[in-house]
Write a protein that binds this ligand. Structure first.
Ligand code: ADP
Length: 320
């Protein structure tokens, strides 16, 4: 796990998750407050594996915002990139666990503090000191956080960071599916590394086949690595020179929340100090085996952050 800094940009929020499935949050006998937000999960995934991570984003100056900042710090994530909004409240998600195991979300974003991050509030020095800059697309939805997102990407690129993108499609947040597709693709060719899920691949290509042709239709000339995560079917990788797939681990899955964040965070922590791994298929496959193990372990416990593994747990699963 590397020494170089990985900056993860975007939102952090609290998921209110009912203790039982098949009923809405209002009808549930109880609920859990689970910290989440994909970019924050990625930062904690890196730190838990022993890497250096910072989170850049905005929280409300309220009890939830301070709780979330505390969770990042407790987990060893550099918190110098967090700003607190004096007016708006921290983002919240109200989750329904459907009987079939899928999750439905309702968001408090009216607007929430994360949406109010302004370009001039970015900690540019922190971003410039990173080796990898990771981002998701939720902050592309509205101003001013959209401009902050684009500025942070530009500054990271100028500073020579590797740009890592996970679209984190959450359709209910967008005004329409077309708008989501358009915005996600508008920043597509800026990234050096992109990770999509099978669902995102279908959505972005409009094809219901998750095959090499669909993945390669998303290729852009400056891309170094495209990853497609397939849940219990593992992951696929595509580079300019080779492509292939790596099988998943068999585990006792209880909640898949955060598996993709764990997968991508672990991968970044392995390549941050040595990007030549991206050009060497054997070494890349061994990193992806590690990342598949991280994703698998994350599905064995409820919630994202509590389920993110440390290095020992990952090595134990790989050894079998
Ligand atoms: P996302 O959260 O982006 O949809 P996935 O759910 O595909 O991502 O999970 C990311 C990775 O975690 C997968 O590529 C796989 O290696 C691992 N993983 C996810 N779900 C399971 C599962 N049920 N069993 C084993 N591994 C899993």
């Amino acid at each position: 796990t590397g020494n170089g800094l990985i900056v993860s940009f975007g939102e952090m929020l609290i998921d209110f998750v009912p203790t039982v499935s098949g009923v809405s949050l209002a009808e549930a006998p109880g609920f859990l407050k689970a910290p989440g937000g994909a970019p924050a999960n990625v930062a904690i995934a890196v730190a838990r594996l022993g890497g250096k991570a910072a989170f850049v984003g905005k929280l409300g100056d309220d009890e939830f915002g301070h709780m979330l900042a505390g969770i990042l710090k407790e987990n060893g994530v550099v918190a110098d990139g967090i700003t607190f909004d004096q007016g708006a409240r921290t983002a919240l998600a109200f989750v329904t666990l459907r009987a079939d195991g899928e999750r439905e979300f309702m968001f408090y974003r009216n607007p929430s503090a994360d949406m109010l991050l302004k370009p001039e509030e970015l900690n540019l020095e922190l971003i410039r000191s990173a080796k990898v800059f990771h981002y998701g697309s939720i902050s592309l939805i509205v101003e001013p956080c959209r401009s902050a997102h684009l500025k942070a990407m530009e500054v990271a690129k100028e500073a020579g960071c590797l740009l890592s993108y996970d679209p984190n499609l959450r359709l209910p947040l967008w005004s329409s599916a077309d708008e989501a597709r358009k915005q996600i693709l508008s920043i597509w060719d800026k990234a050096d590394l992109i990770k999509v899920s099978d669902v995102e691949l279908e959505f972005l290509t409009g094809s219901d086949k998750i095959d090499d042709a669909a993945a390669l239709s998303l290729w852009h000339p400056n891309l170094k690595l495209l990853l497609v995560t397939l849940g219990e079917k593992g992951s696929r990788y595509y580079t300019k020179n080779f492509h292939g797939s790596v099988d998943a681990f068999h585990v006792n899955t209880v909640d898949t929340t955060g598996a993709g964040d764990s997968f991508v965070g672990s991968l970044l922590s392995k390549i941050v100090d040595d990007q030549s791994i991206l050009e060497d298929e054997a070494r890349l496959r061994s990193v992806l085996t590690y990342s598949n193990a991280c994703g698998a372990i994350t599905t064995t416990k409820k919630g994202a952050i509590p389920a993110l593994p440390n290095d020992e747990e990952v090595l134990a699963l790989i050894r079998g």
